[in-house]
Design a protein around this ligand. Structure first.
Ligand SMILES: [Zn+2]
Length: 416
């Protein structure tokens, strides 16, 4: 039986495995699965064969940590921070996350969905086929549920992995009653939101939730079937990374202040370390202990942390380059960080690699003019690599060669 779709002549195909760089490769899809991958001249026959000569292929990229569902603008806050105000000072004055909370509470579900879709389409054009999106700008049962419903209602080809983050900040009205807010998260928000989410996340830090509060929220989420994750050791060390790892967290994220015991805990439990270099730069934080994580064999993922305050940056390619420049990752670690290890951070063994049993998600990119068709140049050059083709679930869904958003309507040049 012929395949549905074959790409031939891919200059270099990165399979999402260490050392997995194939030259002059081809890949075939049928019924939403990868059915063949190998040297171009051994490709099976297919109903549709596309000439991808000179392109670079990678598994569909996975952005495993974003806050892409939000309303309002925080441009003024950016200027305040440049003038010297700290993130925690702005939060204490009712700005930061709390200003986004006011905007999200006011926004309709339809408005939240529309801006989320516009952002996801931009990410898809760069080859990002799976995006984790967190709630956490509602901070009350109804608004948290509204955010998660907007994620489910979005109609782009991007797969959204929804995460419940009711413990993102203490809302203004609970400022002097934080125990009551934690109680509301556990007794009201979680039961209402758990059916709409895959993960439960917490922001455990100075100015946010304490270790004991964070543990209680994670345990309550786990009881409702959610997989735990945590914003960990970012502004101040709290010990949450080791606690979350012991609770079975698929990932702990940020980690600028991770200690040696935390590194060992991640290694022992197979927890992914998610590195967020853009947030680190926007907040002037020191780099996480990448050498220690590498030595301990902890898988490292890289994500945008796209949000309107500490990381207004939605280009996962740029995050990969910044992870090398500002944190010391190798190019191959950065490539694994936005593919296979990002899939693992979401507890998804099918995402971020290509082969039998993988998701049928592929991105094909032309190298910058004059450069060879090698995956490493996409990390060397910072950001903005618009895809020629994006395949999700075995179907072409975006890309310049596919006619952008009009994917599928225009006839493509065929060979073979
Ligand atoms: Zn975050």
């Amino acid at each position: 039986m012929p395949a549905d779709l074959v790409f031939l002549g891919i200059g270099e195909l990165f399979t999402g495995q260490p050392g997995g760089f194939l030259k002059e490769a081809g890949i075939a899809f049928a019924e939403g699965r990868v059915v063949w991958l190998g040297p171009s001249d051994e490709a099976p026959s297919a109903r549709r064969t596309l000439d991808a000569r000179g392109s670079i292929g990678l598994p569909g990229l996975v952005d495993c940590h974003t806050h892409a569902c939000f309303a309002g603008s925080r441009a003024a806050e950016f200027e305040r921070r440049l003038a010297g105000a700290t993130y925690t000072e702005i939060l204490d004055a009712g700005g930061g996350i709390l200003s986004t909370v006011r905007a999200v509470r006011r926004a309709s579900l339809a408005a939240l969905r529309r801006t989320l879709e516009a952002r996801l389409r931009e990410m898809l054009d760069l080859g990002v086929t799976t995006v984790e999106v967190k709630s956490g700008y509602g901070l009350e049962p109804e608004a948290e549920e509204k955010m998660l419903r907007a994620m489910h209602a979005q109609r782009t080809p991007v797969e959204v992995v929804p995460t419940f983050l009711g413990a993102h900040a203490i809302p203004a009205e609970y400022r002097d009653r934080r125990a009551d807010y934690v109680d509301q998260v556990i007794r009201e928000q979680l039961p209402r939101c758990a059916p709409l989410a895959r993960h439960v996340d917490v922001y455990c830090d100075r100015g946010a939730f304490t270790l004991e509060e964070a543990r209680a929220v994670l345990e309550a989420g786990i009881r409702l079937g959610l997989k735990p994750r945590a914003h960990a050791e970012q502004v101040a060390w709290t010990g949450i990374a080791a606690v979350a790892a012991a609770l079975g967290a698929t990932s702990v994220d940020h980690l600028e202040r991770l200690d040696a015991a935390g590194v060992s805990a991640l290694a022992r439990h197979g927890t992914v370390a998610v590195l967020l270099p853009s947030a680190m730069l926007y907040l002037h934080d020191p780099p996480p202990p990448v050498k220690d994580l590498r030595r301990a064999g902890v898988p490292m993922a890289v994500a945008t942390d796209f949000n309107p305050g500490s990381s207004p940056m939605r280009d996962l390619w740029t995050a990969a380059t910044l992870a090398c420049l500002a944190m010391g990752l190798t190019v191959e670690e950065a490539l694994l960080g936005i593919t296979r290890h990002a899939g693992r951070a979401l507890g998804r063994s099918d995402l971020g690699w290509l082969g039998e049993g993988s998701a049928a998600d592929l991105v094909l990119v032309a190298p910058p003019p004059g450069e060879p068709a090698e995956a490493r140049v996409l990390v060397q050059y910072m950001g903005g690599h618009r895809a020629a083709w994006v395949v999700k679930g075995g179907h072409i869904v975006a890309g310049r060669e596919a006619g952008g958003r009009r994917a599928g309507r225009r006839r493509l040049p065929a060979v073979g």
